[in-house]
Every structure is written in structure tokens, then in C-alpha cells.
Design a protein around this ligand. Structure first.
Ligand SMILES: C[S@@+](CC[C@H](N)C(=O)[O-])C[C@H]1O[C@@H](n2cnc3c(N)ncnc32)[C@H](O)[C@@H]1O
Length: 257
């Protein structure tokens, strides 16, 4: 699979999510909705459950009623510091979804919400999830796919013709990678919308949860003039009574080993 993001991106991801850790929960309203829907697809009980890309742990803590032991793993140390503050009886680990620091066949359920879009190629983390799951193990994963943030991308491109928002993975390729990893796959796709009073506020909502790595670095300084032009395009093409909409296109995978 062709790489969609820059090679040194892991450090940027960890740094930006660490920076966002303190205020993540206040800002991450759409992430909460997405994760809650995914949690409802998990098996009712498990022995050892792993949450990959657990962030500050608010979802992870809620998973404790579903498993004897819950493990929360994240790339960003700052996120784990916040998580540790939230709950001591979860085992928090710093690690990378592409190289899970766990023995093979050592967990029976894997959960991950809104983290795996940062893993590229995704086949690495899917292989790792397959490896650490016990036979008959299950995984529920959500990730942003192609079409996410399309309004922002479209309006920005209308202003200066460049691609400023990184492309997300093609959902068909994600499903194919999960099948090739060895899983039986069920999937569904859903759009979640957020609404914003201005483009500045919209960009701020992405930054506040640490996801501004999707905005390519060559974007440079976004001057008032450019912002105003993007906003004009946004109002003209997408504006509605609730404000400026932003789409999170979410693929949910239910995987069985
Ligand atoms: C948008 S937050 C989601 C947090 C939480 N799962 C939720 O739904 O609120 C994405 C998290 O994934 C983590 N992450 C990104 N890439 C990762 C990787 N390769 N391995 C583990 N965690 C990663 C980030 O550090 C961040 O905490």
C-alpha cells in the first residue's frame, strides 16, 4: 500500500497529541460519539481487553465493566500521563500500534477508536492485532477514511489549488488489509458531522484534539486574507443553518480471528 503520510510523522503525532492531552476531553465531543457507538459493538465480557490509541483514557476507563483486565496503550506519553490521573486500575502502556509490546495470543478483545488512521500502512497494525489476539478473539476498530474533512479540503483547494488536508485511507483497501491479515470482517461506514461558527473555529477544533497533523506542513502561516477566502467558499458551498459543517467519515470494523 502506498504511504499517505510523511515518514517522520510518528514523532509529530506523538508530540501533537501529547500537547492536546490536557484539554482533549473538553474538545473531543465527536470522538466521544464515535467511540460510544463502537463500544456498543463490543462483546459484553472479556478477560483481557486492549484499547489501542487510548488517549487520556476516558473511554478506556468505561471499558472496565467489560473485562477482568483492561490495558490502555498510546504512542503519546502526554496522553498516558493524563490517563494515569484518571484511573490507576487500568494498565497504561506507551507503545506503537505497529509494534505492540504484548505477547502473541495474550488478549481476547481489542478496541480502538479514532487512532488507526495515523497508522500507515495500516496492514502493520492489523497484523499486530491479529498476532496478539487469542484464537476466536474479537476486535472493534473505528477510523477516519477517505472523504473525511472533504468540505475543508474542497474550499481550501478552491483558494490556492494545493492539497492541504492529508488524504485518509480508502475504506475498500482497509477492509482488504483486514481480510489479508486473516480476519473475518464485518464493516460499516457512517458520517458524523460537527458544525462551526467560522473556519478559524473549525481549524481550532481539529487542533484542540491534536489531529492537526492532517493539515500539511507546507500550509505555513494561514493569513487573514486566505482564511477569509476559505470561509467565503465554505459559506457559499456548504454553509447551513447550523454553521459550517465538517464531516468525519468513519469506518467501523468488527473483526473475528
Ligand atoms: C483522536 S485520539 C483518540 C483517543 C481515544 N481513543 C478517543 O476515542 O477519544 C487518537 C490517539 O491515538 C494515538 N495514536 C496515534 N498513533 C498511534 C500509534 N501508532 N500507536 C498508538 N497510539 C497512537 C494518539 O496519540 C492519540 O492519543
Amino acid at each position: 500500500m502506498q504511504s499517505l503520510i510523511e515518514p517522520d510523522i510518528k514523532h509529530s503525532i506523538a508530540r501533537q497529541f501529547s500537547r492536546a492531552a490536557a484539554d482533549y476531553d473538553k474538545a473531543a465531543e465527536v470522538q466521544r460519539r464515535i467511540a460510544d457507538d463502537a463500544v456498543s459493538r463490543l462483546p459484553a465480557s472479556a478477560n483481557r481487553l486492549l484499547d489501542i490509541g487510548c488517549g487520556p483514557g476516558r473511554i478506556t476507563v468505561g471499558l472496565q465493566g467489560r473485562a477482568n483486565q483492561v490495558l490502555g496503550l498510546d504512542l503519546a506519553f502526554g496522553m498516558l500521563q493524563a490517563a494515569q490521573h484518571n484511573a490507576q486500575d487500568v494498565t497504561w502502556m506507551q507503545g506503537d500500534a505497529d509494534a505492540l509490546p504484548l505477547r502473541s495470543e495474550s488478549v481476547d478483545v481489542v478496541f480502538s477508536s479514532m487512532a488507526l488512521q495515523w497508522c500507515d500502512p495500516l496492514s502493520l497494525s492489523l497484523d499486530e492485532i491479529y498476532r496478539v489476539l487469542q484464537p476466536q478473539g474479537r476486535a472493534v476498530l473505528t477510523l477516519m477514511v477517505d472523504g473525511s474533512f472533504y468540505q475543508l479540503n474542497d474550499c481550501w483547494q478552491k483558494v490556492d489549488k494545493h492539497q492541504h488536508v492529508n488524504r485518509f485511507a480508502d475504506p475498500g483497501k482497509v477492509i482488504q488489509a483486514a481480510t489479508e491479515a486473516g480476519f473475518t470482517v464485518q464493516s460499516h461506514q457512517q458520517d458524523y458531522l460537527t458544525y462551526h461558527a467560522s473556519v478559524r473555529q473549525l481549524l481550532g477544533s481539529i487542533k484542540a484534539i491534536g489531529a492537526n497533523v492532517v493539515i500539511q506542513r507546507q500550509s505555513g502561516y494561514l493569513g487573514r486574507h486566505t482564511l477569509k477566502n476559505i470561509e467565503g467558499q465554505y459559506l457559499e458551498h456548504y454553509g447551513c443553518e447550523h454553521g459550517l459543517p465538517l464531516t468525519y467519515r468513519i469506518l467501523t470494523l468488527e473483526l473475528s480471528k
